[in-house]
Design a protein around this ligand. Structure first.
Ligand code: NAI
Length: 267
């Protein structure tokens, strides 16, 4: 029976994915604050290491798939949000890479990014660079210089942009594609989960979220995102490498119709 580790398995997209995979006879190792096989706080470095070693132990050193869905959103302390969403993702990707490459077949990873990567204006390159250089202190310092509400929105978008960039930078390399691992991301838009509800219930962010245009007419459902994750964990995704799949009801396409594709500039 294949084994897939899911962070954030206790709620929302992670919980829907867990239920769908288990109903398809896939063994799931859940990682979350509560209600999971491995209960850890991914905002703490030592607990991220603990999560990695416990997943390796539970899967016997060979993992078929990984979904990094643990995350928080606005309103939340900006520095801690950046740490959970980015370091809580990348440390697990790095820590579990060897276990993913240890099976006989192709392993698949789905990292959960967000459409906030492309529709949040003015995310500082320096902040994303600090994340990609794994410089947590520098990243927190940049956020400290911003106003509270702006810092929250920027921290969220920067954490998710870093996830998408990591996928693009690493998926095609010998450590990932060359080691029989397909690394891809999903960039959801507004999906009705406890995380989105927390934003909707906030007076400031709630109004902003309600203004987000969704051409298909409504929020997405976590069960629908789970269907795509399941496909991206299956052999159907063996030719998929470094993709960031937008599942956002058309918000990104509506807001920036001409920004994609961007052609390469040579010379
Ligand atoms: P959710 O709140 O329903 O589930 C997130 C899970 O992450 C929870 O079970 C929570 O306990 C866990 N988690 C949070 N902090 C943690 C920590 N420090 N250590 C361990 N686990 C922790 O949220 P949802 O909506 O399912 O989100 C899943 C992912 O999708 C997140 O990364 C989120 O940023 C992303 N996303 C969600 C969107 C939405 O509209 N719901 C839109 C775009 C991206």
């Amino acid at each position: 029976m294949p084994t897939v580790a899911i962070t954030g398995s206790a709620s929302g997209i992670g919980a829907s994915t867990r239920a769908l995979l288990e109903s398809n006879s896939i063994n799931v190792i859940g990682v979350d604050l509560h209600n999971a096989e491995i209960e850890v706080d991914l905002s703490i470095e030592a607990e991220r290491s603990k999560a990695v070693s416990e997943v390796i132990e539970l899967c016997g050193g060979s993992l078929d798939g990984l979904v990094t869905s643990a995350g928080v959103s606005v309103p939340f302390d900006p520095a801690r949000m950046l740490t959970i969403n980015w370091f809580g993702t990348v440390d697990l990707l790095i820590g579990l890479r060897e276990a993913l490459s240890s099976g006989t077949g192709v392993a698949h990873v789905v990292a959960i990014s967000s459409n906030s990567t492309t529709i949040t204006p003015n995310v500082p390159d320096l902040l994303v660079d600090a994340c990609l250089q794994m410089d947590e202190l520098a990243a927190h310092k940049i956020l400290e210089e911003m106003e509270g509400l702006e810092a929250m929105a920027i921290a969220y978008a920067a954490s998710k942009l870093s996830v998408a960039r990591y996928v693009r930078l690493n998926a095609p390399t010998k450590e990932w594609a060359g080691s029989n691992i397909r690394l891809n991301a999903i960039a959801p838009g507004a999906v009705l989960t406890p995380l989105l509800q927390g934003g909707l219930d906030d007076p400031t962010f709630g109004a902003a979220i309600k203004q987000l245009p969704i051409p298909v007419g409504d929020f997405g459902s976590p069960d629908l995102i789970a269907e795509w994750i399941k496909m991206m964990l299956s052999p159907s995704a063996d030719f998929m490498c470094g993709s960031v799949l937008f599942l956002d009801g058309g918000s990104d396409a509506l807001i920036r119709p001409n920004d994609w594709p961007v052609s390469m500039k040579l010379g």
